[in-house]
Ligand binder design. Structure first.
Ligand code: ADP
Ligand code: MG
Length: 258
């Protein structure tokens, strides 16, 4: 695979497209080839992400873990199509996201990625139901179908009974479950969670991690970004990053197993 990786920059546009189709057929949702993000600060270059090769398959539950400043947020922004790389290729569900302009990137983001943030990012004055409907409004789904799908997503996180509550009428854990329902309502290719338990007490955090495990078992692909090892260990594979590079990539062993 290494020879292919180094050569990929030299592929023609048509060959690149074909590579995307192959990746999709193989069930690879995320594939980066020699991905870089470099910031220029005065006369200094900061390589926040430097030469990352990652492959994530449909149905995997992966944590991206590293200390503060290791490049997690930068990498998450690239994977989530919130930013474009300085160099390298990024395929999301077979499409070459690293080549896309902003409007196309926004479209693929809304379709393929469900975001979950540390601080929930809900609309304060909207009900749980309306918060979950929002991505469907952006996607142009008609009202009746929107409500049905938003209710179904809230049911999946066991919050249908609270659907007319506003965020301030819900606990922290319930708010995060609303955010997870919102992330899932579009049936995205991946659920991308950035420190999803960071603003919760540990018992509530464990409930959210149990929900992720349940969603994984139902077939969702989950990418969890965290600096905490005990949170990362809930995933089934951990990609350790340091100084913008993949340091280790390993499966999480079942307790007691070698
Ligand atoms: P993490 O999320 O792991 O804490 P970040 O991705 O936020 O790490 O940052 C990685 C490195 O890139 C850090 O050295 C940080 O200072 C730098 N960095 C991040 N964003 C910017 C930016 N917009 N401009 C300049 N440097 C940045
Ligand atoms: Mg960060």
């Amino acid at each position: 695979m290494a020879t292919v990786d180094t050569a990929i920059e030299e592929l023609s546009a048509e060959q690149r497209q074909r590579r995307g189709e192959e990746l999709r057929q193989e069930g690879i949702v995320i594939r980066t080839y020699d991905l870089w993000k470099t910031y220029i600060m005065g006369d200094q270059e900061i390589h926040a992400v430097s030469g990352v090769n990652i492959e994530i398959r449909r149905g995997e539950y992966v944590a991206i873990m590293g200390p503060s400043g290791s490049g997690k947020s930068t990498l998450m922004n690239l994977i989530g199509c919130l930013d474009t790389p300085t160099k390298g290729l990024y395929y999301l569900n077979g499409k070459l996201a690293s080549d896309m302009e902003d409007d196309e990137l926004a479209r693929i983001r809304n379709k393929e990625i469900g975001f979950v943030f540390q601080t929930f990012n809900l609309l304060a004055r909207a009900t749980a139901l309306h918060n979950v409907e929002l991505p469907l409004i952006y996607a142009g789904v008609p009202s009746g179908e929107r409500i049905a799908r938003a209710r179904e997503a809230l049911r999946a996180v066991d919050l249908e009974q609270r659907m007319l509550h506003k965020p301030n009428e819900l606990s922290g854990g319930q708010r995060q479950r609303v955010a997870i329902a919102r992330a899932l309502v579009n049936k995205p290719s991946i659920l991308l969670a950035d420190e999803p338990t960071g603003a919760l007490d540990s018992a509530t955090g464990n409930e959210i991690m149990a929900l992720f495990e349940h969603l994984y078992r139902e077939g969702n692909t989950i990418v969890l970004v965290t600096h905490e090892l005990d949170i990362a260990m809930h995933a089934h594979r951990v990609i350790h990053i340091r100084d913008g590079k993949v340091e280790r990539d390993e499966p999480v062993s079942i307790e007691g197993a070698p």
